[in-house]
Design a protein around this ligand. Structure first.
Ligand code: UDP
Length: 324
């Protein structure tokens, strides 16, 4: 059985990935500092509390756990916060990743699956963003992730570290079991905030800007279910191992929904009233971000299984009965 170190495995996407790994016959070892993650999200898995920047500890873990590959989910991922606190982002999302990569090189762990983001592209110059689209991030979050992408190219050439760069569009939804889901403090993401408004836990949902050049003036995003992202990680890992190569994939549904459409869909799924309030734009937000995921479909055989209704239904199931 292959042992995979899942850094950030107690977080939102990581906790879904460890279940997919387990279901596929891997042994997922969770490494998390629990600064954002939830211990209960990793229940039933080997858990090591540790920091991404702790090279010494990582070297020990690699040796003791006989790790053959690493999936890295531990990052700060809020565009707005990254504009206000860039130092935090460069430290956590870029500088500390070097400790992890250096530990991997030293320990001879060769395969790395990296969570990147659509935010590396900045303002799109075409409707569907493929891997070759120019990468000109417009916020610190996107810049920190692009820096790691560039570092990975150089580490591949110099040290033979093989990576899969997976650029998520908007991760969304929750596991069908309702055992795990999205839980950030404070919550800043659209779907949980809409659903909390539906539950009456919030007065309303704030719409960040209604004068974008989009179908209804609100931002358009490509929402992709966490379990579909998790399955892409498995396929990407197998791919880079089999071909002993690096690869990059844009992961989205290739469908764009506006903030207003998301709220309407949530009204339909929940049957609840959801009040809205239009406020100023949020700094760092491009108008439209939609993926072209043909490369992942072709090379990995990856096809998303959850449509928007299912994404919101699973998120609603989680939000109503949240365990943490
Ligand atoms: N958004 C919004 N109100 C909120 C939170 C988000 O209108 O309270 C918008 C945001 O401007 C963006 C989209 O919803 O266009 C998705 O934002 P989110 O923070 O969920 O994900 P991101 O796109 O930052 O990864």
């Amino acid at each position: 059985m292959e042992n995979i170190l899942v850094v950030g495995g107690a977080g939102y996407i990581g906790s879904h990935a460890i279940r997919s790994l387990k279901a596929a016959g891997y042994n997922a070892v969770v490494y998390d500092n629990l600064s954002k993650g939830h211990g209960s999200a990793a229940k039933g898995f080997k858990f090591i509390k540790g920091d991404l920047g702790d090279k010494k500890k990582l070297l020990k873990v690699f040796a003791e756990q006989k790790i053959s590959a690493v999936m890295h989910f531990a990052a700060l991922a809020e565009v707005g916060q990254s504009v206000k606190e860039p130092a935090l982002y460069y430290k956590n999302n870029t500088a500390k990743v070097l400790s992890l990569l250096d530990a991997m090189v030293e320990a001879g762990v060769k395969y790395f699956v990296f969570s990147s983001t659509a935010a590396v592209f900045g303002e799109p110059i075409k409707k569907y963003i493929d891997e070759a689209h120019p990468k000109r991030p417009i916020n610190p979050y996107g810049k920190t992730k692009l820096m790691v992408e560039n570092i990975l190219q150089d580490y591949a050439l110099a040290y033979g570290l093989k990576s899969a760069v997976l650029r998520y569009f908007n991760a969304a939804g929750a596991d069908d079991t309702g055992d795990i889901g999205e839980a950030h403090t404070p919550e800043t993401h659209l779907i949980p905030l809409i659903l909390q408004a539906a539950l009456g836990k919030r007065e309303d949902i704030k719409i960040f800007g209604s004068n974008y050049k989009t179908k209804d003036g609100t931002c358009v995003r490509d929402y992709i279910h966490v379990n579909d992202l998790a399955s892409a990680h498995l396929l990407a890992l197998k791919y880079i191992q089999k071909h002993n190569t690096c690869a990059d994939f844009n992961l989205g549904s290739s469908k764009g929904f506006s903030v207003k459409e998301m709220i309407d869909c949530a009204r339909k799924i929940t049957g609840r009233k959801i009040k809205t309030q239009t406020v100023a734009r949020r700094a760092g937000d491009p108008a439209v971000l939609v993926a072209n995921s043909k490369k992942a479909a072709k090379a990995l055989g990856w096809t998303p299984k959850y449509n928007l209704d299912k994404i919101i239904a699973t998120a609603w199931n989680w939000e109503k009965h949240r365990k943490y």
